[in-house]
Design a protein around this ligand. Structure first.
Ligand SMILES: O=C(O)CCC(=O)C(=O)O
Ligand SMILES: [Fe+2]
Length: 303
């Protein structure tokens, strides 16, 4: 089902979001964010990758991992986004990064460092989530949870198209992310939109203004399920305005073997679990199969 990323008259307003300053001086509830200069360097490396000729990028196209061109990553079934995603049993899957080591010196090292730093931020956000849910602060730090998390880094480039929601053209169609949380770093180009109340009819969509050096933290569907709906996943999408736009999405999920079962503080006699327990890997597999386009369409490019 396609959902329109507009507020009905075609123009979404800009939202002043409720915002937790993760770098606040309350050390118990704060997160040390990444250095601005480092984030700028990561964005530069991302731009360098996308500036490579298409043939060089298609060399990096492997099942669910590496470069994926426009129209591959289907978040809203009738619409599209592009990204870098998870693998199945490809031997390359063992490598943390499927990137271009020869053509872009330094790229892999920068991305690995970014990945490492995002993990620390994500774990800290996980502790804030635990506190918010009345759990032990380290609840999600267990090895089967974020201790051995599944992490995916998506470098995204929207190539200056103007979205036309009435005709189903978006930078990224309306969706919520599958997993636990997503740390979204966005450049200065406006485009990200969220719908704060996904059950409202009609839905109200608002632009999220980019804040330099910050992360937008999207809650994922798995966290919604885990928390028995106490926390709602963030419905969001991207509307292109004709400018080139870059963003970097860091997705984190618990380990494959984690049993995602209604959290102890999120159920009561009056509010019983809404979803059966499920292994993280079963849940994710289902979501990936539902979401991705048929990769055979790239065979032509790969040969
Ligand atoms: O580019 C963005 O700002 C959002 C990307 C996104 O939502 C995603 O990759 O899941
Ligand atoms: Fe997303």
């Amino acid at each position: 089902m396609a959902t329109q990323i507009t507020n009905g008259d075609g123009a979404a307003s800009v939202s002043a979001l409720n915002c937790i300053d993760l770098s606040s001086s309350d050390t118990h509830r704060s997160v040390s964010l990444l250095k601005q200069e480092f984030m700028a360097e990561v964005f530069d490396q991302s731009r360098r990758l996308f500036e490579l000729p298409l043939s060089a990028k298609m060399e990096l196209n492997k099942n669910y991992k590496g470069y994926t061109p426009y129209l591959d990553h289907r978040l809203d079934h009738e619409n599209q986004v592009h990204g870098i995603e998870l693998q199945e049993d490809d031997p390359e899957a063992k490598k943390p990064f499927y990137g271009p080591p020869d053509v872009l010196p330094g790229w892999t090292e920068i991305m690995e460092e970014y990945h490492r730093q995002c993990l620390e931020v994500a774990k800290s956000v996980g502790r804030l989530v635990a506190l918010a849910l009345d759990l032990d602060i380290h609840f999600f730090d267990k090895p089967e949870m974020l201790g051995e998390a599944i992490q995916t880094l998506g470098l995204l480039h929207y190539d200056g198209q103007v979205s036309d929601p009435a005709n189903g053209i978006f930078g990224a169609g309306a969706h919520s992310d599958f997993g636990f949380i997503t740390l979204l770093a966005i450049d200065e180009v406006v485009g990200l939109q969220i719908c704060k109340d996904k059950d409202a009819k009609p839905q109200i969509w608002e632009y999220v203004p980019p804040i330099k050096g910050s992360f937008r933290v999207n809650l994922g569907d798995m966290l919604e399920r885990w928390s028995n709906g106490v926390l709602k996943s963030t419905l969001h999408g991207v509307a292109g305005n004709g400018q080139d736009r870059y963003s970097i999405a860091y997705f984190i999920e618990p380990s494959h073997d984690c049993l995602v079962e209604c959290l102890p503080t999120c159920k009561s006699e009056k509010y019983p679990p809404k979803f059966p327990a499920i292994l993280c890997q079963t849940y994710l597999r289902q979501r990936y199969y539902d979401t991705y386009a048929d990769l055979n369409v790239y065979r032509e490019h790969n040969n």
